[in-house]
Design a protein around this ligand. Structure first.
Ligand code: UGY
Ligand code: MN
Length: 248
C-alpha cells in the first residue's frame, strides 16, 4: 500500500533530492501547453535554476534570455528550436546552449516531450568573448574514461574553454562503478538521472537514487556515488566552472 505522507524527496541546507512524486507545477510566462517543475533555484540557496518541462502537442517555450544563459536537453520526444534566427529539429539526446540576451522559441513538440533546462547568470570574463549559440547531440560526444577507471565514462557537452562559466556533462557508471573519492569542492551541481539506479552520498547522508530523480549539491556538499543494478547508471549534470577563486 502506498502511503501519501511519505516521500523520498529531501531538502536540506547543503543538498536536495527531488523525486517526481512531489512535483507541483509552476507557470512560466511564455511557456505554454506544458507542465513546468522548478527543481532547483535561488529560493533553496542555489545560484542557478534547473527545471523539468513536459510538453503537450501544440506547446511552446518562447522568450528572451536576459542576464542568464539557458541550456535545454531533450530527455525524450522531439521538438523544433529557433534561436536568434537559427532553426534545428531536436530529439532525445540533442541539446542547445542559448547565450544571455537571445530570443528563443521551442515549438511543435511530439506529445509528451520532456526537456531539462539549466539557467545561470553569465559572468563575463575580461578578455574572453561571450560564448555563442551552440546546438549539439550527446551521441556525437566522446565518452572518456574518468580518472583511469573504465567503469566510469564522462561526456563533456560544452566546450572546455574559459569563456564558459558553466559545464554540462553526462556521467555513465557501469554497475558497481563508483566515484574514486568523496568529492569536496566549491562548484555547485544540479543533476537528473537519465537511467539506472544507485546510492548517492551527500554530506553524511546516503540516498537510494533512480531514473527521474534530481539532486542539488551546494558548494562543498560532500559527494560520492556508486551504481547498482543490471544496467549502467547515467546522469546529466550542471557545474559552475572557470570563475574561482573569487578573491585572488
Ligand atoms: O564533475 C564533478 O565534479 C563530478 N565528478 N561530480 C559528481 O559527479 N558528483
Ligand atoms: Mn562533483
Amino acid at each position: 500500500m502506498e502511503i501519501s505522507a511519505l516521500t523520498r524527496s529531501v531538502v536540506k541546507k547543503s543538498h536536495a533530492l527531488i523525486s517526481p512524486d512531489g512535483y507541483i507545477n509552476s507557470v512560466v510566462p511564455g511557456w505554454t501547453g506544458c507542465t513546468v517543475n522548478v527543481i532547483i533555484n535561488e529560493q533553496m540557496g542555489a545560484r542557478f535554476c534547473q527545471t523539468i518541462v513536459s510538453l503537450q502537442k501544440g506547446g511552446a517555450l518562447a522568450g528572451k534570455t536576459l542576464q542568464s544563459q539557458l541550456f535545454f536537453y531533450v530527455v525524450s520526444g522531439k521538438i523544433s528550436a529557433t534561436v536568434a534566427g537559427a532553426a534545428k529539429g531536436m530529439s532525445a539526446g540533442h541539446y542547445v546552449y542559448i547565450p544571455a540576451g537571445s530570443e528563443y522559441r521551442l515549438d511543435n513538440p511530439a506529445d509528451g516531450t520532456q526537456l531539462l533546462s539549466f539557467h545561470k547568470v553569465y559572468e563575463q570574463l575580461e578578455g574572453a568573448n561571450k560564448p555563442a549559440l551552440l546546438f549539439g547531440n550527446a551521441a556525437d560526444i566522446p565518452a572518456n574514461e574518468y580518472l583511469g577507471d573504465a567503469a566510469l565514462r564522462l561526456q563533456v557537452l560544452l566546450p572546455d574553454v574559459l569563456a564558459f562559466d558553466m559545464a554540462v556533462n553526462i556521467f555513465t557508471y557501469d554497475p558497481g562503478g563508483h566515484l574514486p573519492l568523496v568529492e569536496t569542492h566549491i562548484m555547485e551541481h544540479g543533476l537528473l538521472y537519465l537511467q539506472g539506479q544507485g546510492v548517492y552520498r551527500l554530506d553524511q547522508d546516503w540516498y537510494p537514487i533512480k531514473k527521474g530523480d534530481c539532486i542539488w549539491m551546494a558548494p562543498y556538499c560532500q559527494q560520492w556515488f556508486t551504481a547498482m543494478g543490471k544496467e549502467p547508471a547515467v546522469y546529466i549534470y550542471y557545474k559552475n566552472v572557470n570563475r574561482f577563486p573569487t578573491i585572488v
